[in-house]
Ligand binder design. Sequence first.
Ligand SMILES: Cc1ncc(COP(=O)(O)O)c(C=O)c1O
Length: 393
Amino acid sequence: METQFDCIIDRYKTASLKWDNVRSTFGVDDVLPMWVADMDFMAPAPVLEAIRQRIDHGILGYTERPDSYFAAVSEWMLKRFNWPVRKEWIYFAPGVVPAISFIIQAFSSPGDKVVVQPPVYYPFMNTTQNNGRQVVYNPLKMENGRYTMDFDDLKRKLDPNVKLLLLCHPHNPGGAVWTRDELTKLGQICLEHKVLVVSDEIHADLIFRGHTHIPFASISEDFAQNTLVCTAPSKTFNLAGLQTANVIVPNPKLGEVFAAQMKKVHLIRPNVFGTLATESAYKYGSAWLEELLDYLQGNMEFLVDYCETRIKQIKVMKPEGTYLVWLDCRGLGMNDEQLNQFLLTQAKVALDGGNWFGPGGEGFARINIACPRAMLADGLKRIKQAINTYCGK
Ligand SMILES: Cc1ncc(COP(=O)(O)O)c(C=O)c1O
């Protein structure tokens, strides 16, 4: 049965980063873009309708977040994650990566250290370095086809200069939805060493069957007091171009420091459409999200089955959440430059190179499966044919 997500929408000439910036990013044109994390699906109808109505009003002046905005965010967190979030904990940021950058500026000094757990979303490293802080790697381990955290390594690396740990929860690119046990161990170590946890939960709504997202700050009052949680509706409802995120800070002292940083750069007022879209999505987007999750689950199973049966050289790390899938291409025996070039010029697909994600990413590639299934099938067929030719079949 066809669903709304099967519809192929032409995104060329919409100033889309994913589609129109392929040449400037990869140096080629004629490839299928399956990289950067946005979806080739329309946002939920109630969100688009709310924006349309706002445009019809015709005046797009300075905007504040109304009480109904905070209520919608809080209700979403309670309903989906059983996490009661108070209005005064919710701070605006024009995106999660900008939020992380402001947090680094506010809670550490140049030269201080920030822990990341690679392979991980590459802006974690870039943002840390761009702010003149040192990146400390606490590499993930691969156990039974899933990433796990190395707590012994973490303990060894935490010295007094380490101020922050950037947690990717759920994990991009590995798709791990960290368990209560993993989060509890991590949080205890950070508390003991006075390391603040920045929990990037932008993918929290995109969880596959059999897994549950637990907000890091919801685990205990101690954790809540030591955490800044970054959330957004942007991945969930495909609203990334609206540059609207929320930083949830239960500790009022930390909240004040964050707010002061935002005030310094005068980022105190949100975008009119971002605000409206966030509220509408959280209020009216649940049914759409359930359909999306079914569709993504289908895409994920399609990909896993396709690689198992038809591209045996690639091993899929079966994700527990997110629409980003980590492909272990080490079986091809190529170095990173060769692998990235092979995917681009032979398979004609644009994926995120595994080596972009830091240590442990070598020999991998990340594919975005949030597209119509026919497009996913096209991408996989391209990869299969290129590998068959390469392997002389
Ligand atoms: C883990 C993670 N954090 C943040 C972002 C980007 O957030 P924003 O566009 O709000 O800066 C992404 C996008 O891929 C992501 O995967």
